[in-house]
Design a protein around this ligand. Structure first.
Ligand code: GLU
Length: 421
């Protein structure tokens, strides 16, 4: 059973929402109920107690998780999130999404996710180093280059992966391929840091092309200015899209002429927020999702587009840079309002795709140059986008349903071929 421990007010928990989407997809595909039963829960979930000596001498006990959802298609793959809301059900939902994301991109991986409930913005580098090592020491037996390969996610980055690689290496010997998203100096892939944003922008460009509009006529609002949001803004602006609104937890900025992204980057450097940027007018943080724009890109937390605010969305398309930013209830409202949702498991799959390239480079002890990484990523993103839109058109489904159908179909085939059911 999925524990509904984070269900509030009768609303489905994040993992219950993903299970619901998977079950509906299984019904469309006519899959055996045994497959649904297998995918309803995780294959393995680890809950770890992480005691960390803080800089002031006190001991704090953090809670961390690693969830391995399904490995029929290959080793488990997925990021590690450091965030106060990285609770077990959220991590479980994200692990499930990784299973379908890797399948829809045809990467030879299963789905996993990790999380530690903490606020990394309020911790020193030495505290984060100790926390990462404590986490790795608790989950190392679940990891392996052919078992489970973590990567960065919200609140973690290349430095976190370097610490994980080092902590794992102390126990098992030097193993660069144990994590992806490492610093380039330690075997990371060129282009990994910008890969998720690059994939988001490839989908945005393909979508605009299908609509027959030029990027310069598309006004884009982006929620979040972390790795995904910032790279989406930079690369979209470089293609000519007009970024008219950007917001993060501390503030939001609007400029209908298009924000100067280089100036915004200079502003956020050291400040860590877009708040106060004078290249536009301030906007209340919670007004960002309803900003006047053509495309909305949620690129931060999950479950931000909800039944409560789906009516206020002004965009004609939502390009999901974040994982699970739209609740199922909001999806229904958006569909009734003819707002197109291009789903997360394709849109933000650029990150895990370049993680796959990094893993293969590590195994071969060989390095690709940036042009090769970007060209291969571009090819896979365009293929996935076209396969998705063709499937939706053929089946008469929405894009999210088509994405689940494509992913689940491949996972089910692997489950059957291996003889699990
Ligand atoms: N955290 C990213 C995601 O949600 C990347 C995962 C990976 O590279 O393994 O897709």
């Amino acid at each position: 059973m999925v524990e509904p421990e984070h269900t509030a007010g009768g609303k489905p928990s994040p993992s219950e929402s993903v299970v619901r989407a998977m079950s509906e997809s299984a019904a469309r595909l006519g899959l055996k109920s045994e497959i649904v039963d297998l995918l309803r829960t995780s294959w393995r979930e680890m809950r770890a107690q992480l005691p960390v000596r803080m800089d002031d001498g006190s001991l704090r006990i953090f809670e961390g998780y690693r969830v391995q959802h399904n490995g029929a298609r290959g080793p488990y793959k997925g990021g590690v999130r450091f965030h106060p809301q990285a609770h077990i059900d959220e991590v479980r939902a994200l692990a499930m999404l990784m299973t379908y994301k890797c399948a829809v991109m045809d990467l030879p991986f299963g789905g996993a996710k990790g999380g530690v409930m903490c606020d990394p913005t309020a911790m020193s580098v030495t505290e984060l180093n100790r926390l990462t090592r404590a986490y790795t020491q608790h989950i190392h037996m679940m990891l392996g280059i052919n078992r489970d390969i973590p990567a960065p996610d919200m609140g973690t980055n290349a430095q976190t992966m370097a610490w994980m690689m080092d902590a794992y290496g102390q126990l098992h010997g030097h193993t660069p391929g144990i994590v992806t998203g490492k610093p380039v100096e330690l075997g990371g892939s060129f282009g990994r840091e910008q890969a998720t944003g690059r994939g988001v922008v490839a989908c945005m460009r393909e979508y605009a092309m299908r609509e027959g509009v030029a990027p310069s006529d598309v006004r884009v609002a982006v929620q979040g200015y972390g790795n995904v949001g910032a790279w989406t803004c930079r690369l979209a602006a470089a293609l000519g899209f007009r970024i008219v609104a950007v917001g993060d937890v501390k503030g939001a900025i609007v400029n209908d002429q298009g924000l100067d992204i280089a100036a915004l980057d200079a502003w956020t450097k050291g400040r860590g927020s877009v708040a106060g940027f004078d290249g536009g007018q301030p906007l209340p943080v919670d007004a960002l999702l309803g900003a006047d724009c053509d495309y909305l890109v949620p690129a931060a937390l999950g479950e931000v587009v909800t039944a409560e605010n789906a009516h206020t969305i002004n965009a004609r398309a939502i390009i999901e840079g974040a994982n699970h930013p739209t609740t199922p209830e909001a999806d229904e409202i958006l569909a009734r309002r003819a707002v197109i949702v291009v789903p997360d498991i394709v849109v933000n799959a650029g990150g895990v795709t370049v993680s796959y390239f990094e893993w293969t480079q590590n195994i071969q002890q060989f390095r690709w140059d940036l042009d090769q990484v970007n060209a291969e990523l571009e090819e896979r993103m365009v293929l996935a986008f076209n396969t998705l839109t063709a499937r939706a058109a053929h089946d008469g489904t929405r894009l999210r349903q088509a994405a689940f159908d494509l992913g689940l179909e491949r996972v089910a085939q692997a489950i059957i071929l291996r003889g699990f059911v």
